[in-house]
Design a protein around this ligand. Structure first.
Ligand code: SF4
Length: 260
């Protein structure tokens, strides 16, 4: 027999024995997913839902203020069977699962994984830096998303300085995809460390969102030094953003997080 067929037979048998979802039969039972950790319960990270957070390791950006270098540079620690055992046990106790990281969208297996999570009855929130518009489009087409939190890292001229990569055009595509649909609620957020971002940068983002007819909430998050290492070993901020000079507008709400 063809070795591929043998392998598939074995994998299918394993899926029957373990009860893992059929769509994951091409993945071995003992496969370690690129999942760094799981937060088993949160009421704060998925609006209106009791949720768990799945933290995917790895990221295609290198934001200097990133508080999660261990996740960005880390490897997966969780076996597929453990994750699905957890999800099965929490059915009825949790409403939703947050796919976060790192950057979950760079994991090639995410569509299959998300489809399984959705099939189990969970709502899905995706936290993303917006560099995979193809994946977001496909998730929207398949009805896999219930909420999206999109990071608007910086205006185009600052994008590489803040993130380490030239991906503003990809981010912009994701932003347009979300702004031109009405099915899936989403929020946009920017973290500000004033060594990287100034008032005029945030003003440019606000004006850009207005020009795109954005209607949701825009969260401006003040960088907080939590004492741990950051990816770029940034020093503490010498000042916080001067909120009084930002444009006011009437088309969408602007919310401030972690400002004194
Ligand atoms: S803050 Fe930047 S580097 Fe850190 S996980 Fe998010 S996108 Fe990646």
């Amino acid at each position: 027999m063809d070795t591929t067929v043998i392998a598939r037979s074995i994998e299918t048998k394993q899926s029957i024995e373990t009860g893992l979802p059929r769509s994951l039969t091409v993945v071995r039972n003992d496969k370690i997913l690129p999942i760094y950790d799981v937060t088993p319960f949160t009421m704060l990270d998925f609006p209106g839902k009791c949720a768990a957070i799945i933290w995917f390791s790895g990221c295609n950006m290198r934001c200097g203020y990133c508080h999660n270098p261990q996740i960005v540079k880390g490897k997966g620690t969780q076996g597929i069977a453990d994750i699905f055992t957890f999800l099965k046990k929490r059915k009825g106790l949790l409403d939703g699962i947050v796919l976060s990281g790192g950057e979950a969208s760079i994991y090639p297996g995410l569509p299959g994984f998300a489809a399984c999570v959705k099939d189990m009855g969970y709502a899905i929130k995706l936290d993303t830096n917006g560099t995979r518009p193809d994946l977001v489009q496909s998730f929207l087409d398949q009805g896999l998303l219930d909420y999206v939190a999109l990071d608007y890292k910086a205006p185009p001229e600052k994008f590489k300085t803040v993130t380490g990569i030239e991906k503003f055009q990809a981010f912009e595509k994701t932003l347009d995809l979300l702004c031109t649909q009405t099915i899936v609620p989403f929020e946009i957020r920017t973290t500000v460390h004033t060594a990287l971002m100034e008032e005029r940068d945030i003003s440019a983002i606000i004006n850009d969102l207005e020009s795109r007819d954005y209607k949701g909430s825009y969260y401006i998050q003040n960088y907080i030094n939590n004492g741990g290492p950051t990816l770029g070993m940034l020093p503490s901020q010498e000042r916080t953003l001067d909120l009084s000079v930002l444009p006011t507008n009437k088309k969408f709400s602007i919310e401030f997080r972690n400002f004194p």
